[in-house]
Design a binder for this molecule. Sequence first.
Ligand SMILES: [Zn+2]
Length: 447
Amino acid sequence: MLNKTRFKIIDLYSKTNVHEVFDNCINEEYLSRNELLDLQFMKLRKLLIRAYQTTKYYKKLFDEIGFIPHRIHDFNDINIIPIQTKQNIKNNFENIKSFDFNNYEPRKNRTSGSTGEPFEIYISRLTHTYLRALNYAAWHQSGYKLGDQYASFSGGSLLPGSIGLKQKIYMKLQNCIQLPSYHLGKEYFLKYLRILQTKQTKYIYGYASALSDFSKEIKDNNLDFRFVKGLFSSSDMLYPAQRKLIEEVIGTKITDIYGNPESGLISYECNEHSGYHYGMLNSYVEITDEAGKNLEQGNQGKVVVTSLNSECFPIIRYDNGDIASMTNENCSCGRGLIKLTNLGGRSRDYVILRNGQHIHGAFFNHLSSIYKANWLNRYHIIQNNQDELIFQCLVNRKPTEEELNSIKNEIKTGTGNLIRIETQIVDDIPVTKMGKYKLISREFDTN
Ligand SMILES: [Zn+2]
């Protein structure tokens, strides 16, 4: 009861309706596949009709390709719509907003995900609500109830050791012990572990790389963390060796979560750990080849997402930069939600400073000199040694000295002036063997 009230207050504060939508998410997981597909199709059709009727961009696009949204009969009918890239969305930003944009309480979502491509997008109140509710639905499998205390090894502030007041209030309301993890160093590890032990925190959420670092510390200090009932990782690739170490040391299974907030996509493992069930009533996912043609199930390809509840800023057939495959097979956990499998290329890695601190890739996504740089198409960070970072830029136009310096300065300040930053304008940023862009390439290891 107390938790319910707490969550109503959180919803008021963060302008969401999680306490209402959460129960729906839990119930919808177990609808039959056909029921889910019917509901998903109805939402998709409604979104396409609305996009056509209320936005300049989709009206023009659909007219040009001869696509008539209210005539669609099945999912395949939308394959005619070209894949939307971040560049398309940037170029047509104002025309993607619906005429009644403000009625949906949109908020900006800033990202460059794991690919180093700075990007801003609007998401509606409902999408934002679903993103949170689905995340909690994943946690619910370990017994978590809305309002329960948890710890978060993620995010933080852009300056080491400081968190803004707004975030502090939000975390307090959430019953969240935030352990800022953009900057991780030895001195933080033990301090954080002591906090968790004192509070006997049952649920822990964090970047896979941060959870792995902490597990090493728990092991080295021979600490007992068997009070933990749920471990949830996200934002990073969770490598098998990391998973093994974390689960062995803490003594509970990890639920890995894969999401792409700008497209409303949240997916999570169930107890079978054989893929990620995705929230089918907040997004529609296709796996396609380079040309946008749907691949047979089981084949790895581009993750193309349509955000079903972002009616004020429709994101339709959006290439989110990740790769995965999909399976239509039923899962023995009983959930009707389709599963994504073979996720690839979520690795953001981290930069290592001379004092041993790890700077998580997500840190760079939140620097305003980077996400506001309209001249910057994509970036890539190379660290060859502990003393220097090379910030490579693929550009739309030549940046001014001042623009480059503002990036250098913001990184310098945020990393405690411990590293030299060099900027480089390049003609190309190579992709990995998996066909993915990497945010950070580090040429040496910690030990
Ligand atoms: Zn399952």
